[in-house]
Each structure stands twice: as C-alpha cells, then as structure tokens.
Write a protein that binds this ligand. Structure first.
Ligand code: IPD
Ligand code: CA
Ligand code: CA
Length: 269
C-alpha cells in the first residue's frame, strides 16, 4: 500500500496549524487573567486550568469540522492510543507551569500520525510567537524559515536542554548522575519547561542536544518530526528511533548523538 502523498501531508499540516493558532490565540487572551485562574491538581505538583481544557476543546472542534476522519488523542480529554490509524496527538498547552507563572515559554503541540509514523507536526510558540511546522520528507520550518540543527561537533561547545523528572522522583538519582557527568564537559544546560519547545530548539539549532527521562506522546510527537526534518536524530536511551509513545527521549543535532548516548549511559568516554 502506498503512503500518504506530500500534498496530503501538507493538508494535514495546514489543519493542525490553524487549530494550533486558534488555540494559541485563546491561551494568549486568557494569559491576561492568569492571576485569577483556578489551578486544579492533577497530582501534588502538577496543575491544569480551564485554559488547557479550553484550548483542547478548540482543537477538537477544528478537527471535527475539517477532518472528522482523524481521531484526536489529547492530554486533557483522552482519545485512546497513539499508534493505531490516523490520529492527531495533541498537547493543548505544553508548559502549563510556565503559563500559570507568566514565564514566557509555552506552546501548543499537534502531530498527525499514521499507524505510529508522524506525518505532519506543528508547535505554536504562544508567548514569543512563531509557528514551527514540518511534514515527513518536506523539511522543518518556523513560519517561512527553513530549520537546520546546529553544526556544533565539540561537546565543550554544546548547549544542552533537559527536563527534570519532577513527576517521578524515583528516577531523580539516575537523572542527577547524568547531570553530574555532563556538567563539567558541556558549555551549558537549560531547563526551559516545555518539552515541545525544547525539541523546536534542537530543530532550530539553539540546543545542540536535549534529553528527558519521561515524556508523554503529546509532549514529543510533533517535536520528533521537527528535529528529524531539520537534520537531527531522536532516539530512546538505547539509541532506538523514538516513536509517538511515552518514554525517555534523547534528541540531538545528529553529530553529537553517539557521544550524548554514551555519556547518558555512563559508557567510558
Ligand atoms: C510538561 C512540560 C515539561 C516536562 C514535563 C511535561 P505540560 O508538559 O513539557 O517541560 O518536563 O514532563 O509534562 O504538563 O506542561 O503539558
Ligand atoms: Ca506537555
Ligand atoms: Ca499540557
């Protein structure tokens, strides 16, 4: 069976881009009344507000109207697994903690995947503006600008992005040992608080590599495609290509990938 055409992928990207822009406009509007929002607890340190839910509803509406054949799987309203059939994998607000605190790094992430293979992805940077988008085989862009991963080859010059395992501290020691090994040999490390935008930062060459011990499919699905289409590599900790499922994610400009996997896994450098 032949796969989707590039024309079809672009059509999916356009639908996702419109949905993300509409949700982003809503989030931006709501940020004015941020201080009065009610924080609902998902767990002791993980919150959600009506803004996350409202943004996901906008996205679902858009898909129901323009592409009802696409099943929507969203962080807040569910929808089943991410690896069967044609699905939109949606994080309506990635970086909720940043949003709730007015820290300007949060976005909307949507990936269209077919049987587990990302076909089109968009991440809308709500606070700073900029629509990141990619289609399989069609390259990665921010607005009209083509994206390329960095050309840094020397670990000592690398800026590394990461996410802290704050939702599952059982892996904190493992994570801290990784940080400890990296700290003296790289140029800097950043925890910016939105995995979807962290992956965009690898795609646009700001970060030379990024890792996080556990992410959900909606945090990473669009970002995986963006990084790959910008020339980078995205795997799990063992070096297997990352899929649109939850797990550990290791992304890089490609050149640094084996070195990065080695140091994360504490293999002799
Ligand atoms: C979170 C962000 C954060 C990452 C967390 C995610 P949310 O998503 O991407 O950077 O460290 O693991 O859950 O909850 O803001 O959508
Ligand atoms: Ca998220
Ligand atoms: Ca979210």
């Amino acid at each position: 069976m032949t796969g989707p055409t590039s024309h079809q992928r672009q059509a999916w990207r356009d639908i996702a881009a419109d949905a993300a822009s509409q949700a982003g406009a809503f989030i931006r509007e709501e940020s004015a009344s941020r201080e009065t929002l009610v924080w609902e607890e998902k767990s002791a340190t993980d919150f959600v507000s009506r803004v996350d839910l409202g943004a996901e509803e906008i996205i679902r509406h858009h898909f129901a109207a323009l592409a009802p054949e696409i099943r929507v799987v969203g962080e807040e309203l569910g929808g089943g697994n991410t690896t069967d059939g044609l699905v939109a994998i949606v994080d309506p607000l990635d970086g909720t903690t940043n949003f709730l605190h007015g820290f300007p790094n949060y976005g909307v992430s949507i990936c269209i995947a077919l049987d587990g293979e990302p076909q089109a992805g968009v991440v809308y940077d709500v606070a700073r503006g900029g629509l990141y988008h990619a289609t399989l085989g069609g390259g990665a862009f921010v607005d009209q600008k083509r994206l390329h991963v960095s050309t840094v080859t020397t670990p000592a010059r690398a800026l590394i992005g990461t996410g802290l395992p704050f939702k599952d501290v059982t892996r904190a020691d493992e994570y801290l040992r990784m940080l400890r090994r990296l700290m003296p040999v790289v140029s800097g490390m950043r925890r910016a608080g939105s995995a979807a935008l962290d992956l965009c930062d690898v795609a646009n060459g700001r970060f030379d590599a990024f890792w996080e011990l556990w992410l959900n499919p909606w945090d990473l699905a669009a970002g995986i495609l963006l990084v790959r289409e910008a020339g980078g590599r995205v795997t799990d900790l063992e070096g297997r290509d990352a899929g649109v499922v939850g797990g550990t994610i290791v992304a890089s400009n490609g050149v640094l990938h084996d070195w990065f996997l080695d140091i994360l896994n504490d293999r002799n450098q």
